[in-house]
Design a protein around this ligand. Sequence first.
Ligand code: KG4
Ligand code: ZN
Length: 365
Amino acid sequence: MKILGIETSADDTGVALIEATGEFGVDVKFQVLANAINSQSAMHAEYGGIFPAKAKSEHAKHLPLLLEKVLADTKTQLSDIDAIAVTVGPGLEPCLWTAITFVQELAGKSNCPVVPVNHMEGHILISMMKYSNTSRKSEVLKFEMEEFEYPALALLISGGHTELILMKEFGSCEYIGRTRDDAVGEAFDKVARMLGLPYPGGPHISRLAEESRQTHEATPRGFKLPRPMMNADSYEFSFAGLKTAVLRYVEANKPLSDDTKKIIAREFEDAATEVLVSKTVRAADEYDARAVIIGGGVSANKHIRSELNRELSTVDCKLLACPPEFSTDNAVMIALSGYFHALKKEFADPASLVANGSMKLAPLE
Ligand code: KG4
Ligand code: ZN
């Protein structure tokens, strides 16, 4: 099946075409025929976050261009496509609507079936896959599903989400913990802004933290940030206090030297990592999870990946993560989720599609 994926939930416009075969499970195989993304991050940099009205107009401008490119690069006609998968939530509603109205028009022209997709399900699914061709240069990327057993936990960490989800099997989700305030990606972005680093800040914080680790064994000057809710009984998270603690330190130590910025970045990354890892490992132990699936932009973070991997091995649990370039928003993951729904013929009347900014994978308790 050829599936076209369309993604506009935040500040990345994505159009991708995949070819997939096989049923859900180790049987599934897919290849990325085209993966076009237009990132607006440079445009939103001056606001330190996403400016929704600008994001919407950029999506509307780039969607037709990206689609044209994907079709031309793959020599595909709309009539060759078996289904169009579109993100309907969660995300910024004005942005989500851009893709929905675009897909409504496309479906009108082509009669192609449409599948509505939950963005977070896309993040989970792409992290359940692995490259099946390892020498990737100039080759079409081929994926298959990792082998693992349930129950599994999904740790979704991005600019808008921080949540731990228990999955007794795929599709049977239960939220066991979420953030009470800021998402961890939002905290990375805000701390980066305090340090004068560009948006999105995650990769920049990570780079400075790594530089500090290479030159100093421990965090110099004994600088210590809080680990909010790390030892609380629940699996809830809170990152607002951590961000405020950084702000206080920054205010008291202005102007910041490059060295001080590195120390702050490292201690912040350590604090966020310790909270995420300790709660996830405790949950994996309590629920006897056989696998932890990490997804969302923050899961591209090297330090979080390596600490989680190390700690999960102590409770005999496997870590599943996608190649880092697919951790942040993309339309390949939307096409992939669309494929599984298309197999079950879960199509929707395009006219009935509605954006749902706070769409969930399961009811909240
Ligand atoms: O999933 P995503 O692309 O968009 C949302 O749905 O939010 O996630 C974007 C977030 C941003 O907050 C960005 O700073 C963060 O992911 N991020 C990272 C890294 N790469 C992206 N955070 C920490 N370390 C990284 N390497
Ligand atoms: Zn996302």
